[in-house]
Design a protein around this ligand. Structure first.
Ligand code: BT5
Length: 261
């Protein structure tokens, strides 16, 4: 696991002594699955797992996350003490945005979990959690970032819709990007406890500018159409429907949110 040493070095260069174990595999089915297994064995918060490539990388709702070499595939274990988890994907999105900015790439965040460059997807976030009688026991936050993924290694239909950090002209080592993402994740995760409103504000500042536009939001049960009003303090989207009612949509329910044509 030479990657683990590179990661710890990159974190140390930022003054961070990583508080839990790290694994870096050449290949895994899914870093989320590995972290979930470690979570069930009682691994501590901030346990982190990376892989050079994934054979079963997952998005939400069973979608595929293409994971060839050249990308960052990272999952981290959190044991939050907060009641509402809706802000966690937004905090992770802001962390990825900060990390991308360090490498000269300005991103836009699309609710709930997309990180985009000019409408193309640079990164995705998949949070999976388990609850027990006393509430949320753990959350696994999986983050995939296209650092220098060769377009040819991706499915043809995906290529026009994908962005890479390397487009900025330099190709940072994956371990350097991983350290940046983790460092910023700690900052914004702490903010969830101390000042959730600052997370929402940071997310809103970087959000795709589609406030006031008509959107279509597909959940497992229905398709909702309305004017996008705002995101609330818990990270839920507020949509005003044609009959003037305000509807609140939480990220866990959403299959797709898009501008309506
Ligand atoms: C996501 O899902 O965006 C969450 C992706 C999370 C991936 C990380 S990698 C580390 C960890 N381990 C895992 O197994 N997963 C996490 P969703 O919003 O459902 O978006 C999925 C859609 O993104 C797909 O249907 C494609 O259209 C597109 N896509 C797939 N691979 C991509 C890639 N490499 N780059 C950009 N877009 C991609």
């Amino acid at each position: 696991m030479a990657g683990s040493a590179a990661l710890l070095r990159a974190l140390a260069e930022r003054g961070i002594d990583w508080p839990a174990g790290s694994e870096w595999h050449a290949r895994l089915d899914s870093t989320n699955d590995r972290v979930k297994a470690l979570a069930r064995e009682g691994a501590p918060e901030w346990t982190v797992v990376l892989a050079d490539a994934q054979t079963q990388g997952r998005g939400r709702a069973g979608r595929v996350w293409s994971s060839p070499e050249g990308g960052l595939y990272l999952s981290v274990l959190l044991r939050p003490r907060v009641a509402s988890l809706g802000l966690l994907p937004l905090a992770a999105g802001v962390a990825v945005a900060e990390a991308a900015a360090e490498h000269g790439v300005a991103v836009e965040l699309k609710w709930p979990n997309d990180v985009q460059v000019e409408g193309r997807k640079l990164a995705g976030i998949l949070a999976e959690s388990a609850s027990g009688p006393s509430g949320v026991e753990w959350v696994c936050v999986g983050i995939g970032v296209n650092v220098a993924v060769p377009l040819g290694a991706l499915p043809v239909e995906l290529r026009p819709r994908v962005a890479c950090l390397a487009e900025s002209g330099s190709t940072p080592p994956v371990a350097t990007v991983a350290a940046a993402v983790l460092a910023w994740l700690r900052v914004w995760y702490d903010a969830l406890g101390s000042s959730p409103a600052s997370v929402v504000a940071a997310w809103r500042r970087r959000a795709v500018a589609w406030w006031g536009e008509t959107v279509e939001i597909r959940t497992g049960e229905e398709t909702l159409r309305g004017r996008l009003a705002d995101v609330d303090d818990e990270g839920a989207l507020l949509v005003t429907t044609a009959d003037g009612r305000s509807r609140r949509v939480i990220s866990g329910e959403v299959v797709q949110a898009r501008r309506a044509g």
